[in-house]
Ligand binder design. Structure first.
Ligand SMILES: Nc1ncnc2c1ncn2[C@@H]1O[C@H](COP(=O)(O)OP(=O)(O)OP(=O)(O)O)[C@@H](O)[C@H]1O
Ligand SMILES: [Mg+2]
Length: 341
């Protein structure tokens, strides 16, 4: 007898073109019916053009005919909105009181840390006028999709990414849009992208506490906020401002991250606080939230970001970051990696 589990396991072999993720993780499988030796699979057609649907159907037929006793495989499609497919455990926004403190870097490293823990992770680049996520991850492919939805681009380590940079004719083109349009673009990235099943969607916010971060807080179901700062921030005021905004919007501050906290010199095994004394603990108190981590100013990290290879960064910092975020959120970890194991 053919079981639904056997069918699902065979369907896992079929990866959705462009996004290169399984039908299961894209949440496209809507129904499986097994009658004697006949299998009927219903998929969502969202973001899939007719050619792609045909390709997927033939791959499914091939995979399922590999099961013993199967005599007939039928694949049909049903129209659904991306928002009917998306199942996202935690939406985490990364914000700061001012620009250039390393928000995008922290967004990238957080996503990498959670991915290395075995989670399904996506990044929504909500910095519409200054997007930098695709460059850090070395992504140049254009997102797939059609009128019914957009497919994100998947990074080398399997992180789904959507950014305005991937949609512009040239990545150097500037986006000179007014507030309402920017808000619309962010809302579209939330509503019209097929993210599928994700444990975490990390949102890289534009700097400050103006219109665009406000839109994200209002339109996305943010479950927590990470606030980034550097020792150069002369007063706790800037951090407080960001924290206050999150609190006013009823969003939980998961924690704070001090970036460029120190420079480590291996030859003398010393940490030098080149931007001044760390104020991490003080900022954590100001934010009334835990200190998630202190990131060093690391020339290797800067080089990897510039080369689009941030995923190659190897440091204890990443594991610690992943641990802290996982502990402060409520996602079931894969066996052997969870906080409750
Ligand atoms: N800890 C670090 N070590 C080395 N380089 C870093 C570090 N933090 C940030 N950088 C570099 O500094 C630059 C600015 O960082 P990033 O783009 O993350 O800042 P941001 O807060 O997102 O800026 P914006 O406000 O413009 O969005 C990047 O080129 C990044 O590579
Ligand atoms: Mg940025």
């Amino acid at each position: 007898m053919i079981t639904p589990e056997q069918v699902r396991s065979r369907l896992d072999e079929v990866l959705v073109p462009h996004v290169v993720r399984s039908l299961h993780y894209m949440n496209l499988i809507r129904d499986i019916t097994i009658t004697d030796q006949r299998i009927n699979v219903t998929l969502a057609s969202t973001a899939l053009d007719v050619n792609t649907q045909g390709w997927i159907s033939s791959k499914i037929e091939e995979a399922l005919h590999g099961l013993t006793d199967v005599t007939e495989v039928h694949v049909e499609y049903t129209d659904l909105k991306p928002s009917e497919l998306n199942q996202i455990g935690n939406v985490i926004a990364v914000m700061s009181g001012k620009g250039g403190v390393g928000k995008s870097l922290v967004t990238g490293l957080t996503a990498i840390a959670l991915r290395r823990k075995g989670c399904e992770v996506g990044i929504l680049d909500a910095d519409i006028t200054g997007p930098s996520i695709p460059k850090m991850f070395g992504i140049v492919d254009r997102p797939g999709g059609n009128d019914s939805g957009m497919l994100p681009v998947t990074s080398k380590s399997g992180i789904e990414i959507m950014s305005i940079n991937l949609l512009l004719p040239s990545e150097d083109d500037a986006v000179i849009w007014r507030g309402p349009l920017i808000g619309k673009a962010i809302t579209q990235f939330w509503e019209e992208v097929v993210w599928g099943n994700l444990d975490y969607l990390i949102v890289d916010l534009p700097p400050g506490t103006a219109d665009a971060p406000l839109t994200v807080m209002q339109t996305l179901p943010i479950s927590g906020v990470i606030v980034v700062f550097t020792p150069q921030d002369l007063t706790a005021m800037i951090v407080r401002k960001a924290v206050k905004m999150a609190q006013q919007m009823d969003k939980r501050v998961l924690g704070v991250v001090e970036n460029m906290s120190y420079l480590y010199i291996p030859e003398i095994d010393k940490k030098i606080e080149i931007f001044g004394k760390s104020r991490a603990e003080e900022m954590a108190v100001a934010a009334n939230a835990p200190l998630i981590g202190k990131l060093p100013l690391d020339p290797d990290l800067a080089r990897l970001c510039d080369a689009g290879q941030i995923e190659r960064y190897d440091s204890d910092i990443i594991a610690k970051l992943g641990e802290s975020i996982a502990n402060s959120t409520s996602v079931k970890m894969p066996p052997g990696q969870g906080k409750n194991d």
